[in-house]
Design a protein around this ligand. Structure first.
Ligand code: NAG
Ligand code: NAG
Ligand code: NAG
Length: 518
């Protein structure tokens, strides 16, 4: 069907020849793979040694939702690591995995699971994605290194029911955000504001729901609902898939994309007031474009393909990825002009706040989220029949998917190199990746990117009738951390380097590693 869209696209040179001409291809690829893994491990080590506190079971300087994202990056990084050590696995490797796993478990207890329940639906859904990622890691590590040697399981799997319970409770809380009255469907962002139907909450709902369908192992713990008729969660329950399909159908109909084919932030409803639903339609777009809004949906597409075998989810995902890459100036040869292309420049991803140095903790987390979900999407498709409810691909489809993802690999590598250029002497990544490249040719392009719409994620929510916001509740994440003056190091401006800016480096290095193996 629409697969020609993937096949017909331009193939990019992988650039393997330069600097590696003495090595046979296979050897070069494995060297690249090994060095990419070493870079990833170093970035993870820096993240945890600089920013995680075991005694508190958390990243104290982060905020609730960004912590859930940090835990996702740790689990995903460990999945990459444990798979990379197949079949040879030493006590030293096991020690490393257990070190991160013990941090994961302390974070389970360090997570503010009570406070998070009262937050917006997107905050709630990051929690679901985080614990489902941890469950997948447990299964991989146990299956790869313990199950083959007999019938043993890795002790870490004993935490699976706890993680599963947390994921289920939070998914059920999120379902309340689905509203059929306004805009004919869709998730609202926050129960505490006027009904803003935005990309991130809907993408998260789709991705979390389909991942619940695929990876949630069931849950017979009825706390805290033991006084009600609520049934404990079933594995592969169709209700999760139905929610994801309902979500994607609504999102596709909502027209939440701009003329570059990128998701813009969301819709308000014209004339909405507390006692009046106005037009009841999603008719006031907020055209702000963020990187993470192009990312989370990729996990949704990949999961929906796995759950249904419907190829259109893959082709739509590839289209979006191409639009993102184009919006960094990669296809148009802007690479020496430092010209803003919609979502970056010089072939490097940027959020609008990056060059101005005014990113909040939210904004500093976005690019890493994009790369995490891009990596999920580009995992090789399993060929042939799979165990239900997973679908497999035929060889041709798997080959096209791989070929398409290989086309993105040089772009991923460019972004990884750019991010590496922002590390300080402690190895902590900055948020504005492009500047690392520009330093190499002696110029700084500090002009702020053109912005349309309301950059509420970085500048704070306006107190106005459109947002129906009355009081300040989110100030912490907007406070400037460092000097606002322009220094020799633009990544020291604003909040400076944080666990959030660092997490972007972790995720792009993991993407680079996974793409190097395709
Ligand atoms: C291992 O598992 C298999 C299949 O579940 C079972 O038939 C076998 O008895 C088990 N072996 C041991 C030693 O428990
Ligand atoms: C989306 O755009 C199409 C074509 O412009 C229009 O027909 C449709 O009503 C729009 N949908 C919504 C939900 O606004
Ligand atoms: C306004 O929309 C909400 C759903 O967001 C619905 O519960 C309520 O009944 C609607 N009010 C009116 C007057 O239609």
């Amino acid at each position: 069907m629409k697969l020609s869209l993937i096949a017909g696209a331009t193939l990019f040179s992988l650039g393997l020849a330069s600097g590696a001409s003495q090595l046979p291809l296979a050897q070069y690829v494995s060297t690249l793979e090994a060095s990419a893994m070493a870079d990833l491990l170093q970035a993870l080590e820096t993240m945890q040694s600089q920013f995680f506190e075991i005694w508190q079971g958390t990243w104290p300087d982060a905020i609730d939702w960004t912590r859930a994202v940090m835990s996702t990056h740790i689990a995903a990084g460990m999945t990459s690591f444990t798979k990379s050590k197949q079949p040879d696995f030493s006590l030293e490797h096991e020690n490393l995995v257990n070190g991160y796993f013990s941090q994961m478990t302390t974070y389970y207890f360090g997570q503010d699971a009570i406070g998070l329940r009262l937050q917006a639906y997107d905050d709630i859904l990051w929690v679901v994605l985080g614990w489902l990622e941890s469950i997948q890691f447990l299964n991989h590590h146990s299956d790869i290194h313990f199950a083959p040697q007999g019938n043993s399981t890795w002790y870490g799997k004993s935490f699976s029911p706890a993680f599963a319970h947390r994921a289920r409770v939070f998914w059920e809380l999120a379902v309340d955000g689905w509203d059929e009255v306004l805009c004919g469907g869709g998730m609202v962002w926050s129960p505490w504001l006027g009904p803003y139907k935005n990309a991130i909450t809907n993408e998260l709902f789709i991705a979390a729901s389909v991942n619940m369908y695929l990876y949630f192992p069931g849950d017979d713990n009825d706390f805290p609902f033991s006084n009600t008729d609520d049934v404990p969660g079933k594995k592969h329950d169709e209700k999760f898939l139905d929610a994801a399909v309902k979500g994607i159908n609504w999102l596709h109909k909502s027209n939440m994309t701009n003329d570059q084919g990128l998701y813009f932030d969301g819709f308000h409803i014209k004339g909405w007031r507390k006692d009046d639903n106005g037009t009841g339609k999603c008719d006031v777009p907020d055209l702000m474009v963020y990187t993470y809004n192009q990312g989370v949906i990729l996990s949704g597409y990949r999961g929906l393909w796995s759950a249904t075998g419907d190829l259109s989810y893959l082709t739509t995902g590839h289209e979006l990825i191409r639009n993102v890459i184009a919006a960094t100036g990669w296809f148009t040869g802007h690479s020496s002009e430092h010209e803003w292309a919609g979502l970056g420049r010089d072939g490097v991803l940027e959020d609008a706040c990056d060059s101005g140095g005014y990113c909040s903790q939210d904004g500093q987390t976005f690019k890493g989220i994009f790369f995490h979900h891009l990596t999920v999407f580009c995992q090789p498709l399993p060929v042939g029949a799979q165990q239900a409810p997973f679908h497999g691909a035929d060889r041709a489809t798997a080959g096209l998917h791989r070929a398409s993802c290989l086309e993105y690999a040089p772009w991923v590598q460019r972004n990884a190199e750019a991010a590496i250029g922002t590390r300080d002497e402690k190895g902590v990544f900055g948020m504005w990746w492009t500047v690392g490249l520009e330093e190499h040719d002696g110029t700084h392009k500090m002009s702020p990117a053109p912005v349309m719409g309301t950059d509420y994620r970085n500048r704070g929510l306006p107190v106005d009738s459109v947002w129906a916001r009355s009081k300040g509740d989110m100030n912490n994440r907007f406070a400037a951390g460092h000097s606002n003056s322009i220094t020799h190091d633009p990544n020291e401006r604003g909040r400076g380097r944080t666990v959030e800016s660092h997490s972007g480096g972790v995720a792009v290095l993991r993407a680079h590693y996974e793409f190097s193996k395709l």
